[in-house]
Design a protein around this ligand. Structure first.
Ligand code: COA
Length: 416
């Protein structure tokens, strides 16, 4: 079966996490992703957080599957010459350098358009146009500037960043969507276009329910937040809401059997209104089904601590998986808090290719996350990340048609 993006050539100038996530997705869908790296240096993550000396880190390998690596000094004259050929040859160029870096190399959007009017030029920056447009940005800065940190954490505690990389990987996802949209548009327009995604904007897009709550605050307290039932007044901004559900169905993280020794013996429990009767039965409170203080969702909101306290009295008698086994047939939405150790061993995730074992010539087998998006006719196979410059010769020869002599002279000049 053909791959969905087969035939699309991506000039991948990305590094660290945000850009590489985007190009990895495109590579999984079958695009030919040519990763350009500085000779002798490469993507900085190759050497960061190493677990095995002198071997590409898991940080790098898990973000650069299915790509080819070419080394190229895009600041040297000969390197620029080769880079121009790559720009003319490719459909999409993706980069996430610090603001201005490509311009300093001599490759502005105007120049790229001149060289290849069909080129889709996609960039990630920390901020969009405005006061902070020149700033370098990493994951946690984006989480803070995008509104996530201010709305994450316990009420009264410090703002918290989350383990999910919503700034980097989240923005990479947004950019991939922008690129395929521009590719689709090029089918009719015949022209490329610029695709930009700021990490602050990507995070905010994922935090829109908190901007929703900011506006609701003008019309009264947020009565589905636990602090409402606790009588704690609301301030001027959307507060941190601990583990409260962000939607209209109250939920919390509750202790399960073994919580005293197992840091992940917890379940998320949602008191969905449609199955309230089942919740009452399962926790041994059938009288709450008709009681005016508990029967209707609005009546329960001021007493969520009491409600979840009673549910937790029950969940603490069961393991997190027993809670699943009992609640699922009753249509009560619950979910175990799974540790990374449990996820790594999860057979179902292995079967669907969401967790995959990949072999690497230098590090041996390692686990990675496969493509979370499944296409029925274009399945993704995860291939190992390239070694630095592994495909330099083949790309210069096969993609750019350079002669062996030319390649040798580019090498002698230190351009590749
Ligand atoms: N040949 C020659 N030079 C190259 C090169 C190549 N193949 N690839 C990169 N370089 C140069 C760049 O041109 C730049 O040089 P300059 O500063 O002289 O113009 C230099 O390498 C470093 O690039 P830069 O992007 O500034 O890297 P950094 O390590 O200083 O900053 C980030 C890293 C992530 C903070 C920054 O790239 C950034 O803010 N990116 C945008 C937001 C983003 O994606 N952040 C999340 C990353 S996960």
């Amino acid at each position: 079966m053909g791959k969905a993006l087969e035939g699309v050539k991506i000039l991948d100038m990305t590094h660290v996490q945000s850009g590489p996530t985007c190009t990895q997705l495109l590579a999984w869908f079958g695009a030919d992703v040519i990763k350009v790296e500085r000779p002798g240096v490469g993507d900085a993550t190759r050497g960061q957080l190493r677990d095995i000396p002198d071997v590409d880190s898991l940080y790098f390998t898990m973000l650069n599957h299915n790509k080819r690596s070419v080394t190229l000094n895009t600041k040297a004259d000969k390197g620029k010459e080769i880079f121009v050929k790559l720009i003319k040859e490719c459909d999409v160029m993706v980069e996430n350098f610090a603001p201005g870096a490509l311009d300093r190399m001599g490759f502005s959007w105007e120049r790229i358009q001149e060289l290849n009017p069909r080129m889709i030029f996609a960039s990630i920056k920390g901020f969009g146009p405005g006061e902070f447009e020149d700033c370098k940005v990493y994951e946690n800065v984006a989480q803070c500037a995008g509104g996530a940190a201010s709305t994450t954490g316990m009420l009264g505690g410090v703002p918290l960043v989350t383990g999910a990389q919503i700034g980097d990987s989240g923005t990479g996802l947004h950019l991939a969507f922008g690129i395929v949209t521009a590719l689709f548009h090029r089918e009719t327009s015949g022209k490329g276009q610029r695709v930009e995604c700021a990490m602050q904007d990507g995070v905010l897009n994922l935090c829109r329910v908190k901007l929703r709550d900011q506006q609701r605050l003008q019309h009264g307290p947020l009565n589905e937040y636990s602090q409402f039932g606790e009588g704690i007044p609301f301030g001027e901004a959307t507060p941190r809401a601990g583990n409260d559900s962000g939607g209209g169905q109250p939920g919390r993280i509750l202790k399960c059997k073994g919580w005293e020794t197992d840091p992940d013996a917890y379940t998320y429990f949602i008191t969905q209104a449609a199955v309230w009767g089942n919740v009452c039965d399962v926790i041994g409170k059938p009288e709450w089904k008709e009681h005016p203080d508990y029967a209707k969702p609005a009546a329960r909101l001021p007493r969520l601590n009491e409600v979840f306290g009673a549910i937790e009295d029950w969940t603490m008698t069961k393991t997190k998986f027993e809670v699943m086994d009992i609640c699922n047939p009753l249509n009560i939405p619950v979910g175990p808090i799974l540790s990374m150790k449990e996820i790594a061993a999860d057979e179902a995730l292995r079967k669907t290719g969401t967790v995959v074992e990949v072999d690497h010539p230098e590090r041996g087998p390692y686990l990675s996350v496969g493509n979370p998006v499944k296409l029925s006719d274009s399945p993704s196979e995860v291939e190992r990340s390239p070694l630095l410059g592994e495909h330099t010769d083949e790309i210069l020869r096969d993609v750019l048609g350079m002669s062996e002599e030319d390649i040798a002279s580019a090498k002698a000049e230190g351009a590749v």
